[in-house]
Design a protein around this ligand. Structure first.
Ligand code: ADP
Ligand code: MG
Length: 688
């Protein structure tokens, strides 16, 4: 019996070159790959779902009456049926239809339709549902759960099912060996688990299977999580095997820096600095993620890390995702280091040619010991004399690839630079373990003293006038305020227009105040100069879109108004709110919402009022909206899972990680097979 990991697809009936090519698009090239191509959902035609209870992206059987049917001409002509079951209304849409089809959909006709609900032009829609006329009360078909697979153009569900069915007949403990050690075999053997998810027996509990909590699915999810952890561990070992400069633990420069600071480090800052210093003294690259809530004081910790490199004779690159942030770091670092005789250079895409050339020369010759900048630091023209430490602020805006690119910059010396990543987005443990599993984590879990917590209130937008009065009173006392305009549309233009309108309105109502406006449509230089004016106290009120979200520090700002707060995610609200409460004045955040609030909206605003702990907020956000939203973008390197779900299966993650480490140490060959089985596309670091 051939091992399925090496059995070509052509072995199956019905796979010619054309089908094989389509399967390749799904990363399926062996029979094993096909067996691990798991259903993303199940069809269940034995159970009627009320329209009001439909979930987007899920297939369901509906029963109801045709209200109206017509051919709608337009950019793309379609046949449109309005369909209702008393609980709600849905549109059935056919782009491919034939004249006689209309006969089936007479108004008043009772029908059962089956398909996947989505959000279309007219709200809830189903495209090309299966349909059948019925008489009220007609018996339902017997329960049967049919898998639905992720697929690609030109490859039907029926074809996939037929191929999987053949593959299942080849399954045996010999053809598809277990890779997990016996001790952790859950309630299912691997081959039974695969049989169950691909071809659920009639008595399989429906709810379990649909929610992914069936023991067979859990068995697979555990294995998948373990495979991911092995892959992360391999990447980590690969990097750890490289050489890095062992930097001095003792640095007089840091002592001098601390002496000149107007404050003392918090205990958390001290602890994290110590963790970093301990990494840096080793001859292998540090890979450390520092998480610290907004205002926790990450910048000075970065500066202290830089001291070790500078003392050791190595250069430091500090990179931030926006001009404003990079500039802010440059100002701080220049103030701190130039006084200590350490030259700091500045690199940005917006720099003039001459200035830039000068900076590049200073970096290449080694005259500049620290260079601060934006993405411009990645560019090929940037050459370092001796790069020893890379610091990246606000990590979630950069991709893993960019992280790697900067590391390459050090390789000319034969050494890989140490890497410090800082993020203000508190990342729930479960996510951090998966998205940044290759990094060690430190948490600055203490705010500097004398911070007064921000008082948060939620008000209906009918009370906008009162809020404007409050802005007036605040600014007349010499303090500053933010007014944040938000829109749900993903359009910078619309958002900018809304901000402009609000700006005009507020300017009229608050004639004695000096107002500024920033939004994403401004040129970076304009944006920056307005931000600087606000920072310098020349403006009282800054009207802004969510572009001000990241890291800008204006301690005199003590009031923030956020419009349409119910539409924003918790993590984003938290980031915004972190712009105030940075000085000693009592600060307020007013969340304006539009009534009536949905249950979700109510819950979100209640959480914002009840806690200022970024981790609690991030956990809630993860629960309410999923990992993509919490991490900000998809480019974070967080891979999609086939069956595991980081929220649902969080409880298994620790055990999966433990197992992965053990496997990697004790049975590297099996560990490698596990990664190949679940992550055929992952970069290969292992030499096994
Ligand atoms: P973040 O972690 O959000 O990047 P920053 O590094 O910008 O925070 O620090 C926020 C503010 O707190 C800055 O004005 C900084 O000077 C100040 N700060 C940092 N550490 C301390 C401390 N230990 N005591 C008092 N103020 C501090
Ligand atoms: Mg910061």
């Amino acid at each position: 019996m051939e091992v399925l990991a090496h059995t070509a697809l052509h072995h199956l009936k019905g796979v010619g070159d054309a089908v094989a090519q389509k399967l390749a698009k799904l990363d399926i090239s062996t029979v094993q790959d096909l067996l691990f191509h798991l259903p993303r959902d199940y069809e269940d035609r034995s159970h009627i779902t009320p329209i009001a209870g439909l979930a987007i992206g899920r297939s369901a059987l509906l029963e109801g009456d045709v209200l109206a049917a017509e051919v709608v001409t337009g950019r793309r002509t379609s046949f449109v049926v309005k369909f209702s079951d008393g609980s709600g209304l849905i549109t059935l849409r056919f782009y491919h239809f034939y004249a006689g089809q209309k006969q089936h959909f007479r108004p008043g006709q009772r029908m059962r339709v089956f398909g996947e609900a989505r959000l279309g032009a007219s709200g809830l829609e189903i495209y090309h549902p299966d349909y059948q006329s019925v008489t009220p009360g007609e018996a339902l078909p017997p329960a049967r759960l049919t898998p639905i697979y992720p697929t690609t153009e030109g490859l039907t569900q029926a074809k996939l099912r037929q191929l999987v069915a053949q593959a299942l007949t080849l399954l045996s403990p010999q053809s598809l060996p277990e890779l997990l050690p016996d001790a952790v075999q859950l309630r299912y053997r691997l081959i039974d688990a695969l049989r169950t998810v691909h071809n659920p027996p009639a008595d399989t509990p429906r709810e379990q299977l649909l929610s992914g909590t069936h023991p067979a699915q859990q068995r697979l999810a555990f294995e998948e999580l373990a495979a991911h952890q092995v892959s992360l561990a391999q990447r980590r070992h690969h990097i750890r095997a490289q050489k890095a400069p062992a930097l001095p633990f003792e640095t007089p420069l840091a002592a001098q820096l601390l002496e000149r600071l107007a404050f003392r480090l918090t205990g958390a800052q001290h602890r994290v600095w110590n963790e970093i210093a301990n990494d840096l003294r080793k001859p292998h690259p540090m890979l450390r993620l520092v998480q610290g809530d907004v205002g926790a004081g990450k910048t000075v910790v970065a500066a202290l890390a830089a001291c070790h490199a500078v003392t050791g004779g190595w250069q430091v690159a500090l990179m931030a995702p926006t001009e404003i942030l990079a500039e802010q770091h440059f100002v701080n670092f220049s103030r701190w280091f130039c006084a200590l005789g350490v030259p700091v250079a500045w690199l940005s895409g917006k720099q003039g040619v001459k200035e830039r050339r000068l900076s590049l020369e200073r970096v290449q010759s080694g005259e500049a010991r620290i260079v601060v900048g934006t993405h411009a630091l990645f560019q090929e023209s940037v050459q370092f004399e001796k790069l020893g430490l890379v610091i990246i602020d606000e990590q979630h805006r950069f991709g893993v690839d960019q992280r790697l690119a900067l590391r390459e910059k050090g390789l000319a010396t034969g050494y890989s630079p140490h890497q410090l990543v800082m993020t203000a987005t508190p990342i729930p443990r479960t996510l951090a373990m998966s998205a940044y599993g290759d990094l060690d984590t430190s948490v600055i879990d203490e705010l500097p003293p004398n911070r007064t917590p921000v008082t948060t209130v939620a008000l209906a937008d009918t009370r906008r006038e009162e809020v404007i009065d409050r802005v007036r009173a605040n600014c007349e006392q010499g303090r500053q305020a933010y007014w944040v305009c938000t829109l749900i549309e993903e359009s910078e233009q619309l958002e900018a227009q809304a901000a402009e309108a609000t700006f005009a309105e507020l300017q009229m109502l608050l004639p004695h105040l000096k107002l500024g406006l920033v939004h994403g449509r401004l040129k970076p230089a304009e944006k920056q100069s307005i931000m600087m004016e606000f920072k310098d106290g020349k403006l009282d009120l800054l009207v802004a879109t969510t572009v001000i979200e990241v890291g800008v520090d204006v301690p005199n700002a003590s009031l923030m108004i956020i419009e349409n707060a119910e539409r924003l995610g918790l993590s984003q609200l938290h980031q915004l709110r972190g712009r105030v409460g940075r000085g000693s004045a009592v600060s307020y955040c007013v969340l304006l919402y539009h009534a009536p609030l949905s249950a979700m909206g109510q819950e979100r605003l209640a959480i914002m009022r009840s806690t200022s702990d970024g981790f609690v907020i991030a956990e809630k956000d993860l629960e309410l909206r999923g990992p993509g939203e919490v991490l900000g973008t998809r480019q974070t390197g967080l891979v999609g899972f086939r069956v595991a779900d980081l929220v649902r299966d969080a409880g298994m993650l620790k055990a999966a990680q433990h197992l992965a480490r053990k496997l990697e140490q004790d049975s590297p060959v099996q560990a490698e097979s596990l990664v190949r089985r679940w992550l055929p596309q992952a970069p290969r670091y292992s030499v096994v």
